[in-house]
Design a protein around this ligand. Structure first.
Ligand SMILES: C[S@@+](CC[C@H](N)C(=O)[O-])C[C@H]1O[C@@H](n2cnc3c(N)ncnc32)[C@H](O)[C@@H]1O
Length: 254
């Protein structure tokens, strides 16, 4: 294991990221954003957050834990803002650069390779629930955001003990814990919402499914694909049972 907190997550966010890039290349660039949003879910959540980050074309924006870059690719295409992507899995960081032409660096959220106040805005989507050191990640986000800079979050929260089987390596906070962590890190919480993970244009899901099918065709026998599928099925079940809630929040650096 290298950077992440379980081998299952390493499989899900490492090799599968590279295979996703490979499948997008085979199927066409219109597949890149839907297939590249691994965890941030759907367009409605991205729109909700982007509308609240006070973005201008000149904004310096960080996508922290960017995965293969789908959300940052969406932001560039829809809002004309080019985020810098940070992602610990090399295959994913490479995919974000190669699929979307965005600057992308391999690093963990707890050690961001940027100077203080380097960004006007940031988002961090589906990442805080994959690391136990949330305080470390939030401290770094606060450090690299200028005073008054906005941070948008998508966090899968669990308000009660979760029924097994649980996805390996995830660490889902309760909403109350998340609010305390944000406050302690120097963020003032503004609007919050529950993301509607079903709200996307129909072709969004079709394209994401087509990429999954192509990856399965090429790598379906690989145990890492099966492990990744099991991980996302477990998360899917918890969401379907409302045991997990996709929490959206916008905060301002105090
Ligand atoms: C559920 S995915 C979300 C990816 C992307 N933000 C999106 O919405 O499509 C979680 C991502 O967090 C990354 N991650 C896990 N631990 C991290 C850490 N300590 N620092 C930064 N990113 C991390 C994983 O490699 C993975 O790409």
């Amino acid at each position: 294991m290298s950077e992440l907190e379980s081998e299952a997550m390493e499989a899900e966010f490492g090799p599968v990221a590279g295979w996703t890039e490979e499948a997008v290349r085979a199927l066409g660039p219109e597949h890149a954003v839907p297939a590249g949003c691994r965890g941030s879910g759907r367009e409605a959540a991205l729109r909700w957050l982007a509308d609240r980050l006070a973005l201008t074309p000149d904004s310096r924006v960080l996508d922290d834990g960017a995965g293969v870059g789908g959300p940052a690719g969406w932001l560039a295409a829809e809002r004309g803002v080019r985020a810098i992507c940070v992602e610990p899995m090399h295959a994913a960081a490479r995919a974000a650069h190669r699929l979307f032409g965005l600057p992308s660096v391999a690093a963990v959220a707890q050690e961001l390779p940027f100077t203080d106040a380097a960004f006007d805005a940031a988002w961090c989507l589906g990442v805080l629930c994959t690391t136990s050191d949330k305080a470390g990640a939030l401290a770094e986000l606060r450090r690299v955001l200028r005073d008054g800079g906005r941070l948008g979050l998508l966090v899968f929260v669990a308000d009660r003990p979760l029924p097994p089987p649980l996805p390996e390596g995830n660490d889902f906070p309760a909403e109350e814990e998340l609010r305390e962590l944000l406050d302690a890190a120097g963020f003032r919480l503004g609007e919050t919402a529950t993301a509607d993970l079903g709200d996307s244009p129909p072709e969004w899901a079709e394209r994401a499914d087509a990429v999954d099918a192509e990856v399965a065709r090429r790598h379906g026998d690989d145990p890492r694909w099966q492990e990744a599928q099991e991980q996302s099925a477990r998360v899917g079940r918890l969401l379907a049972d409302s045991a997990l809630r996709p929490w959206l929040g916008v905060t301002e650096a105090r």
